[in-house]
Design a protein around this ligand. Structure first.
Ligand code: NAD
Length: 316
């Protein structure tokens, strides 16, 4: 298949490109490099089946993609870390709304399949735990994080509308916290933030009392779930994430132990609308995709720590 990947220069997008190419597909990336980097794709430079086009997908696509059939559209473009979307709230709303519409239109016109990477943030600060796809969420529509949450909720609604109105073959992935090499070190997400602090020997910042929970999925597991979903006939959202839940405090302690860091833990006030609990119910993905994560946290963190070790100056 010839597949267009928006956001392919980002963390997950670049791993997805590797997977698609390894499956024998041809890949064209559209990315405006707002939060991604061509460095993430540098190893694909001479690959014949790969092409990078610098383009903002909220702008018209006409004339941007060289001719030839288009069989799939993966819409992954969006600022994704709280630091990035709080810095770019309007761009984030635009890429989830106008950008999604543009990519859906491309899929419709090309008779291509379409997949959008939505998020567990659609559940907001959930009242149902673990989060199951049929839960409609508890989102603050006007809080600082709403630019991301509502952009993705709109993207899901638009995707369903294109499916219902135009019969586009669509999939919606609700991704939970994912980590791995090629994350940005300074994007404010907990895995790079803790690893950065631990590798520098600086205190690890835990917000609130650290009893809030998160679950972390290694990127190769996530990409496998996305690939299976893209090949499936499921039109409604599917959670993809790792259900192994732990408190942030325990996670910080694990990172310190894993990196053999001298770092201590410091506490800071909890940010506004920070969800208390996050854990995917992945029964649906297990049932319809035969998918579940296989990489243990310790194993994934080791690889990720090695990646960051090359980027972080060792403590003096
Ligand atoms: N990483 C996670 O834990 C996580 C969790 C839930 C959902 N997601 C979703 O997965 C996708 C990828 O996330 P990521 O962590 O790789 O983020 P990322 O910031 O590393 O990648 C996003 C990419 O989109 C590009 N982009 C942003 N706006 C664009 C625009 N208007 N036109 C073209 N390109 C644009 C960026 O330059 C970047 O390369 C996003 O849709 C995100 O919402 C990620």
């Amino acid at each position: 298949m010839r597949i267009i990947v928006s956001g392919g220069a980002g963390f997950i997008g670049s791993h997805m490109c590797d997977r698609l190419l390894s499956e024998g597909h041809t890949v064209v990336v559209l990315d405006n490099l707002l939060t991604g980097s061509t460095e993430n794709l540098a190893h694909l430079g001479s690959t014949k089946a790969f092409q990078f086009i610098e383009h903002d997908v909220t702008l018209p696509l006409e004339g941007k993609i060289p001719g030839g059939p288009i069989d799939g559209v993966l819409h992954m473009a969006s600022a994704a870390s709280p630091k990035d979307y709080l810095e770019h709230p309007i761009e984030t709303l635009d890429v989830g709304s106008v950008g999604t519409r543009n990519m859906l239109e491309l899929a419709r016109a090309s008779k291509a399949r379409f997949l959008v990477t939505s998020t567990s943030e659609c559940y907001g600060d959930p009242h149902v735990h673990p989060q199951v796809e049929t839960y409609w969420g508890n989102v603050n529509p006007v809080g600082p994080r709403s630019c991301y949450d509502e952009s993705k909720r709109f993207a899901e609604a638009m995707t369903m509308a294109y499916h219902r109105t135009h019969g586009v073959r669509t999939n919606i992935a609700r991704i939970f916290n994912t980590y791995g090499p090629k994350m940005q070190l300074n994007d404010g997400r907990v895995v790079p933030a803790f690893l950065d602090q631990a590798l520098r020997g600086e205190p690890l910042t835990v917000f609130g009392d650290g009893s809030q929970t998160r679950s972390f999925c290694y990127v190769s597991d996530l990409v496998d779930g996305l690939y299976r979903l893209m090949m499936s006939d499921e039109r409604y959202p599917v959670n993809l994430g790792n259900p192994a839940e732990m408190t942030i405090l325990h996670f910080a302690e694990q990172i310190i132990a894993l990196t053999k860091s001298p770092s201590q833990i410091v506490r800071r006030p909890l940010p506004e609308d920070d969800p208390r609990q996050r854990k995917p119910d992945i029964s649906k993905a297990k049932r319809i995709l035969g998918w579940e994560p296989v990489v243990a946290l310790e194993q994934g963190l080791k690889v990720t720590a090695e990646y960051f070790r090359k980027k972080v100056p060792a403590p003096t």
